[in-house]
Design a protein around this ligand. Structure first.
Ligand SMILES: N[C@@H](CCC(=O)N[C@@H](CS)C(=O)NCC(=O)O)C(=O)O
Length: 257
């Protein structure tokens, strides 16, 4: 089944599997509803008002290890964006590509310092926070160290990163991270904050600036439409805790403690 997901279309009615073939739209996003990296790209596509076809890659079923996905991204991670004959993976590179090719609603400010600050925030999240709580890492840790250690490790890595981001942005942030416009920093921050509080139970009251700007994101239709619950492959279950995600991947029941 093929699908097209846009900000203006009824998102729930369309769903697509990785094996679907036909597509009228030019941009295709391979995504998993709970993936924060995919969420960044969904948010950016919506901000730029770009139509795209949504192709769901079910990470809990290991679809990202199949041969079709291997051809798109040999690293086996979502998101992947296909734009005609161009195939791109890694949300950071995808965002820079979209920014240069689709110039409407710029996601990087002109001011060199604010531009660099946006890239710094995006890079911190992309390289110093999310990789430390990604599914493959936590599953590996669980095998080696047991059920509790991965969650504690992830919480500590996320808190360290959020502390740095809070310090970095507290004197710059206004409605959004770097002022009155939504930029790249916000595109990376919004899913990271959501995942921190829902999936990893981080107490966001320790980060008042980040908490405040997160309230601004929640009011944006482009953010609402990019949220996990709004995706065609969303399950009617709450965002799982780490151990429940592992359970669904391996099929093995995992004790609560
Ligand atoms: N830096 C990459 C990271 C991609 C990544 O970690 N994707 C996760 C979902 S957010 C994934 O596909 N995980 C699969 C796994 O851990 O096996 C990006 O920003 O796209």
């Amino acid at each position: 089944m093929s699908s097209k997901t846009t900000l203006n279309s009824p998102i729930k009615e369309s769903s697509s599997s990785i094996n679907s073939s036909s597509s009228a739209s030019k941009l295709v996003l391979y995504s998993f509803w709970q993936s924060s990296c995919s969420w960044r790209v969904r948010f950016a596509l919506n901000l730029k008002g770009l139509l795209y076809e949504y192709k769901a890659v079910n990470l809990t079923k290991g679809e990202h290890y199949g041969p079709e996905f291997e051809r798109l991204n040999p690293l086996h991670y979502v998101p992947v964006v296909v734009d005609d004959d161009i195939v791109l993976s890694d949300s950071y590179a995808i965002l820079l590509y979209l920014e240069e090719k689709y110039t409407q609603k710029p996601l990087l400010p002109v001011n060199p310092w604010l531009r660099a600050l946006n890239l710094q925030v995006a890079s911190i999240i992309n390289s110093s926070i999310q990789p430390l709580h990604m599914m493959a890492i936590l599953m590996y840790m669980e095998k080696k160290l047991g059920i509790r250690e991965p969650q504690l490790f992830a919480q500590s890595a996320i808190e360290k990163g959020l502390y740095a981001l809070e310090r970095l942005l507290k004197d710059v942030a206004s409605t959004y991270a770097t002022g009155e416009e939504v930029y790249m920093a916000d595109v990376f921050l919004a899913p990271q904050i959501a995942v921190a509080s829902t999936r990893f139970s981080i107490d966001m009251s320790k980060f008042p600036t980040l908490s405040r700007i997160y309230e601004s994101y929640k009011a944006l239709p482009e953010f609402q439409a990019s949220s996990p619950e709004s995706q065609p492959d969303a399950c009617n279950t709450p965002m799982p805790q780490h151990h429940r995600l592992i359970e669904s991947v391996t099929g093995a029941p995992v004790p609560n403690k």
